[in-house]
Design a protein around this ligand. Structure first.
Ligand SMILES: Nc1ncnc2c1ncn2[C@@H]1O[C@H](COP(=O)(O)OP(=O)(O)OP(=O)(O)O)[C@@H](O)[C@H]1O
Ligand SMILES: [Mg+2]
Length: 508
């Protein structure tokens, strides 16, 4: 069997954490290899070692049978290894072509040998060829900031392809994509495989792994605990290896009663993103927002949270007109927004887990309202770190060093501690592993049962269908339909139908 990459005995230690513990890893020529594991299992660390970003504490790497040492991403590039990062790393004010060839303008395609300058026409042609290769529909001279997340990811893929790789590593490439975009990415991945490129694919959406991978390697607590060959790949097998036990994916529905009206919004308008949005939220319910990426769901919530300023329409909160000047205003009133982009909006990365959790609640925790109470802060932080099973060496660890999924849990903890009346969750389980996802779902159901008004934006339909009492489907800044889901009888097809902008469902 031909391995294009082999790693032996890889150990990686960070201060206080053994992220990888004697891991063997191998990638076959032309395969799509799935890499799965719980939050903090070591997937990204392994990917970064292969990509030359981290240097292993111990162990060897072989490419095409020859031992190599990667000291930088360029070392990995030169051996035909490219990464498509989860957090997109593009320059928004440069064009697609400029981004694709950034740092290599003078090599190959773009070089004008005679003038020793960069030939933009040639770069654009070369970029167009790469865009064609993956079936992208936009032009190479579009500015990156004008592209959707999914399109930007296509640019990242072209950027990887421009280096002529034998292997592309993709760390959670689907976590910010909507269903249709995921399908397109799956096609692209299969196409790349046909072109002879091996893919390493990391995802928490197990059904994607089952759907596309030729082989799956499972990590748990930094160790390789299992390998599944093509004919053994099954959802429950993967989960069992990951978690070490069976997991009930959608816990039993927690009984709850719809309470009083707490928030009502009418005809909201903001720029081109929110055109006409009206809805009511009651205590004791989970109101789900479905729609494609870009439907205006997040922007609507940002109006309620005071990040964006309302241009038209009205809001009523607890029976009074409500028009927040700022997020501070919203928080003071008891409205919390748990944002989708934890890096930009959710965490202060250089502060500790504990400080991140207690910050919005400092006043409430403090003695007599103004003397900081360190002991109580610690207790509360510990309680929520346990409750949400945040994997961190201690509550004093800085947030930046946690794995992606564990950072998301800290964001959740922070708002749960703050005791708001209305909780708005924007993609609450993005990047969260299956077991923790079930925990977070349970928690959201409990919060609703306790009388909070809960709003949830989610692009994962099973999550919407299982948790929501009512579902609002948005399309291009408008509410397409409001569906009663109290009997949990709405289907994925129905949601998809409205989410694509169609109005009347015939033969439901
Ligand atoms: N730069 C760093 N400094 C300190 N600890 C780190 C650093 N990077 C990762 N870790 C720790 O190493 C462990 C593995 O993290 P890693 O990011 O590889 O997990 P993961 O499997 O990718 O998780 P997720 O699914 O949440 O993305 C975690 O405990 C994490 O906190
Ligand atoms: Mg990761």
């Amino acid at each position: 069997m031909e391995y294009i990459l082999e790693m032996k005995n890889i150990t990686k230690e960070f201060p206080g954490v053994k992220a990888l513990d004697k891991v063997d890893f191998e990638v076959k020529d032309g395969e799509i290899l799935g890499l799965v594991g719980e939050n903090g299992a070591g997937k990204s660390t392994l990917i970064k070692i292969i990509g030359g970003i981290h240097i292993p504490s111990k162990g060897e790497i072989y490419v095409g049978g020859k031992k190599v040492v990667f000291n930088s991403p360029n070392d990995a590039f030169s051996k035909g290894i490219s990464i498509v990062h989860q957090e997109l790393n593009l320059c928004p004010n440069l064009t697609v072509a400029e981004n694709v060839f950034l740092g290599m303008e003078n090599l190959g395609e773009g070089r004008n040998n005679f003038l020793k300058t960069v030939d933009m026409k040639k770069l654009e042609e070369a970029a167009q060829n790469l865009l064609n290769r993956i079936g992208a529909q936009f032009s190479p001279n579009t500015l990156v900031r004008e592209l959707s997340t999914a399109q930007q990811q296509m640019v990242e893929i072209c950027k990887a392809l421009a280096r002529n790789p034998k292997m592309i590593l993709m760390d959670e490439p689907t976590s910010s994509l909507s269903i249709e975009e995921v399908e397109r990415l799956m096609k692209i991945i299969k196409e790349l495989k046909k072109q002879g490129i091996s893919i390493v694919f990391v995802s928490h959406r197990i059904e994607e792994v089952v759907g596309i991978c030729d082989r799956v390697i499972i990590l748990r607590d930094g160790k390789r605990v299992g390998t599944l060959e093509k004919d053994e790949i099954e959802e429950n097998k993967i989960i069992k290896y990951m978690v070490g036990r069976d997991v009930e994916l959608f816990p039993k529905h927690v009984e709850r009663k719809k309470g009083e009206l707490i928030l009502e919004v009418k005809n909201l308008k903001w720029q081109k993103m929110v055109k006409d949005v009206s809805f009511k939220l009651h205590r004791g319910e989970i109101l789900g927002f479905a729609g494609l990426v870009g439907a205006g769901r997040s922007e609507t919530m940002q109006l309620i949270f005071g990040i964006n300023k309302l241009e038209n329409g009205e809001m009523f909160y607890k029976g009074h007109p409500y028009n927040p000047e700022s997020p501070y205003d919203a928080i003071k009133n008891g409205i919390a927004l748990i944002p989708e982009d934890r890096k930009l909006q959710g965490l202060i990365l250089q502060m500790s887990v504990k400080d991140n959790i207690v910050i919005p609640s400092l006043r409430r925790i403090a003695k007599s309202g103004f003397v900081l109470d360190e002991i109580k802060e610690r207790e509360i932080a510990k309680e929520f770190v346990n409750k949400l099973q945040v994997r961190t060496p201690s509550i004093y660890h800085i947030a930046n060093n946690l794995s992606g999924g564990n950072q998301q849990k800290v964001v959740l903890a922070k708002w749960l501690v703050s005791k708001s009346d209305v909780l708005i969750f924007d993609e609450p389980t993005r990047g969260i592993d299956v077991a923790s996802k079930a925990e977070i779902h349970k928690l959201m159901e409990e919060l609703a049962a306790q009388g909070y008004g809960v709003i949830m934006i989610s692009s994962e339909l099973p999550e919407i269908l299982n948790l929501s009492d009512r579902i609002i489907v948005m399309f291009e800044g408008k509410v397409m339909v409001e569906l009663d889901n109290s009997k949990r009888n709405i289907t994925q097809e129905e949601i998809m139908y409205y989410a694509s902008g169609k109005k009347q469902l015939v033969n439901p």
